[in-house]
Design a protein around this ligand. Structure first.
Ligand SMILES: [Zn+2]
Length: 487
């Protein structure tokens, strides 16, 4: 039975495209000067423009456009020298104007791509377009004494700038979709154009999914899956939707074009409405805004403002610091982490060691404390100092790890902790020799064994010396002195 199910699945492949909405990190809204701050009391950040009052005129936020251009450039898109806003007409209580200002047939940018890792090789996922639009308000259906009878509207979000990034239907599995979204998020965080916070709704993702027979070149009818509030939900919803469509096809049914919602409690998608078509929106050019003309100089300005992106940074880390591709990839997964690594590496000059300390010891402490690198209680300078102490042999690696735990908990510097605990490594050969002789005197039988050729007892002696010095003796020096004294 199991294999029969697998056989049926193997006859099909999924075709997935993602539409991602990102809230841009501007201080003010896209067409007015109201604040975009999240969490302010409802309807306090509003004005005639974002309330949609008659006669109020929109003015484009220059910063929002610059961020959108950077987004498009980072995704290798061509920026259109001329683009235009359009009205997307629909009625909804959170949209007081009765239309959303978006872009339609003349988007800001198009034809880009980004690369994901799939089965160990790179795969290029096309970006159809990047366009700008304003966000709608928010309906509040919960949290009020009369919520059972009424819904409230908060228009603070109305007019917050968004970019929409539409991918080509190049994704074939839920895992690829997950990787694409992860990659996209990483790049956007590097650009600092969005905080990509899914809980606050600054990153939203809808998926278009269809299935077709393996080898077919035409597309099946797609459904649009919404309400994907986390990366996990995206994966689960896609898996569910792919299986559902295959089941429908196998039982001779047809897939209607529709919008479906993911229900995370029931772990299934369900139909919400038949999918609207573009012509339902009666798009037409926004008469209150001029076309956007992006000059070459502007593009250059945006290009110069681009930070080094993760791919390039990974390559540089391999080249400049002689790190493995894998470690470099981990360190560049976030801009904060990559910056932190570089600060520590520059301060102590041991990049390979630094990489190990950050990716193992520090990463462990951070994950235990559920902290991001930006919240690390250990500054880059302090970590560099600790690693140098270990590297120079002032303290052993084992001691270093214990001190790191203390530093993480207390915020103190390594030297402070060492002074408090008397943890300096013993590097004085005379002091070590005294301990060695004491141990030899107390264990004549082992000394005799060693001298008769059982040199394996050297390890046992080393252990005894380390124990007697509470791990503080320089282990290499201990070995040398033992060999000399035992000979
Ligand atoms: Zn406003």
């Amino acid at each position: 039975m199991e294999s029969a199910v697998t056989d049926v699945r193997a006859k099909y492949e999924a075709v997935i495209g993602l539409e991602v909405h990102l809230q841009l990190l501007t201080k003010t809204k896209i067409f007015c000067s109201c604040s975009t701050r999240f969490g302010d009391p409802p309807n306090t950040n509003t004005c005639p423009v974002c309330l949609g009052l008659p006669g109020a005129l929109p003015v484009l936020n220059r910063e929002a456009l610059l961020m959108a251009i950077k987004t498009a450039l980072a995704l290798k898109c061509a920026i259109n020298p001329r683009s235009r806003f359009a009205r997307k007409n629909y009625f909804y209580p959170d949209l007081p104007k009765g239309y959303q200002i978006s872009q339609y047939d003349e988007p800001l940018a198009q034809d880009g791509w980004l690369e994901i890792q799939t089965d160990g090789h790179q795969k290029r996922i096309g970006i159809t377009r990047v366009h700008m639009e304003e966000d709608a308000g928010k309906s509040l259906h919960e949290g009020f004494p009369d919520s059972a009878r009424k819904s409230y509207i908060d228009l603070n979000r109305s007019g917050v700038p968004l970019v929409e990034i539409v991918s080509e239907p190049d994704l074939r599995t839920p895992d690829e979709a997950y990787d694409y979204l992860t990659r996209l998020k990483t790049i956007m965080l590097y650009l600092e154009v969005s905080n990509c916070n899914m809980e606050e709704g600054s990153l939203r993702c809808d998926a278009n999914v269809s299935v077709r027979r393996v080898g077919a070149t035409d597309f099946g009818t797609k459904t649009e899956v919404k309400n994907l509030n986390s990366f996990k939900f995206l994966q689960k919803a896609l898996s569910y939707e792919i299986e559902r469509q295959i089941d429908v096809r196998e039982s001779g049914g047809e897939i209607p074009q529709e919008t479906r919602l993911w229900d995370s409690r029931e772990q299934r998608t369900y139909g919400m409405r038949s999918k609207e078509y573009a012509h339902d929106y009666r798009y037409f050019p926004e008469p209150d805004l001029l076309p956007m003309m992006v000059t070459e100089e502007w593009k250059e300005e945006a290009r110069r403002a681009l930070p080094e992106l993760p791919e390039a940074r990974t390559e540089r880390f391999v080249r400049e610091y002689a790190l493995s591709e894998y470690d470099a990839g981990l360190l560049t997964a976030s801009r904060h982490l990559a910056d932190y690594f570089e600060q520590v590496a520059r301060a102590c000059g041991e990049p390979k060691l630094v990489s190990n300390w950050i990716l193992s010891e520090l990463a462990y402490l951070l994950s235990e404390a559920k902290k991001e690198i930006g919240e690390s209680p250990i500054s880059a300078a302090h970590l560099a100092e600790l690693i140098s102490l270990v590297h120079q042999g002032t303290i052993s690696g084992k001691m270093g790890k214990e001190i790191l735990v203390e530093m993480f908990a207390s915020g103190k510097r390594a030297r402070e902790i060492m002074a408090e605990k008397g943890l300096e490594q013993i590097n004085d050969p005379e002091k070590i020799a005294v301990v060695v002789r004491e141990i030899m005197a107390a264990n004549p039988k082992q000394v005799e064994q060693y001298r008769k050729g059982k040199t394996a007892t050297l390890g046992w002696f080393t252990g005894q010396v380390m124990k007697a010095t509470r791990g503080q003796a320089n282990p290499q020096m201990v070995q040398e002195i033992l060999k000399k004294e035992l000979a």
